[in-house]
Design a protein. Structure first.
Length: 351
């Protein structure tokens, strides 16, 4: 334990009530959480306490003006029981990037990293070792300061809560290319992990589900001519043997899995392009057989293959490949995450 982080241990653990062989994603929570308060113009030292509900005033600004941001991470255990994180400083940097855009005070690195590692050491028994399982880690900041006036809050809470989760299987995902709604706009907050970004996705996604699809492929806000993200994930398209993904912008999240895939693809000798991808190009490639793969990339699933997509009332199927880029890249990343392979990139962080 560190001197910076105060710890109050739970009197009784809930761990014996949990069936680790049947873990839903993000629905069971570990014994402890970290809470760090911003008051009087500064972040106070973090505290670890038993997982518990929060008490907030009805006028807390989170309820009225939506000042909230979050990150998604995982903690892994290898066969020897050592605990590992995957590129945690990238999550910290992105949290502060989001904070700045939402007018939330930026967090000190030591509070994030020491708080995170102390929490994981305390709740280490909650990190499952079943194949594909991990401890999902959710750092987030919300506006706890009060007032109905439309302005940034003067008080905030930084919290880390953890949820042991089983292997994430998305199955054969079919997606609908969105023609009307947008996830984000130029000059907006699309690049930040702001809660409101996700709230705005739910309605168009439900419309796609009602049509028999699993998820939406978002297109640009201006013309809807370019694909940008797949649900809450970055998107990759393989045309012939080239892997293509859109450039990050103020509309597209700078995904940590996305960056890792590009580096691993280069290491594997896979041709990559970071550029705009038009819907027309994807449809034409599907028609002429050069579209080999599409997949989403993100923390929860790592890589989520897309089996087919719909556009303008027409469905297109993708081929089932024996040696797909998706499966190769997912294996390379997860082997690093679970300490099963060499980490030549220096991404693995031992807790």
């Amino acid at each position: 334990m560190t001197n910076t982080v105060m710890v109050e241990k739970a009197k009784v653990s809930k761990i014996n009530e949990v069936d680790f062989d049947n873990l839903p994603f993000g629905s069971v929570y570990s014994d402890h959480m970290l809470v760090c308060d911003y008051k009087d113009g500064k972040w106070n030292a973090p505290k670890i306490m038993p997982y518990q509900p929060l008490t907030l005033d009805p006028s807390a600004k989170i309820f009225h003006y939506g000042q909230s941001i979050f990150e998604g991470m995982k903690a892994y255990k290898d066969d020897e029981g050592s605990i590992w994180l995957f590129r945690p400083l990238e999550n910290f940097k992105r949290l502060n990037k989001s904070a700045k855009r939402i007018a939330i005070p930026e967090l000190p690195e030591e509070y994030f990293m020491e708080g995170l590692t102390t929490l994981l050491q305390l709740d280490s028994d909650w990190i499952p070792q079943n194949p594909g399982s991990s401890l999902y880690v959710r750092p987030f900041i919300l506006a706890s300061g009060t007032g109905f006036h439309a302005s940034p809050a003067d008080e905030y809470k930084f919290i880390i809560a953890c949820a042991p989760s089983g292997a994430y299987f998305s199955g054969k995902v079919r997606v609908l290319i969105e023609e009307n709604y947008s996830r984000a706009a130029n000059g907006g907050v699309g690049y930040a992990k702001a809660g409101g970004n996700y709230a705005g996705q739910f309605y168009p996604t439900q419309l796609a589900i009602d049509k028999g699809y699993n998820q939406v492929i978002w297109t640009d806000d201006n013309t809807h001519e370019y694909i940008e993200e797949a649900g809450a994930m970055n998107i990759f398209v393989r045309i012939n043997d080239t892997l293509i993904t859109g450039p990050t912008s103020d509309r597209i999240l700078d995904g940590i899995t996305r960056k890792s895939i590009l580096d691993i693809a280069e290491d594997e000798g896979i041709a990559t392009e970071v550029r705009k991808i038009s819907v027309t190009e994807v449809v034409e490639a599907a028609k002429n057989g050069s579209l080999k793969e599409m997949f989403g990339a993100g923390t929860a699933a790592v890589v989520s293959p897309i089996a087919g997509f719909g556009y303008k009332e027409t469905d297109y199927d993708l081929p089932e490949l024996t040696n797909s880029y998706a499966s190769l890249l997912k294996k390379r990343i997860t082997d690093i995450q679970y300490n099963r392979a060499e980490d030549k990139f220096g991404w693995r962080y031992k807790v």
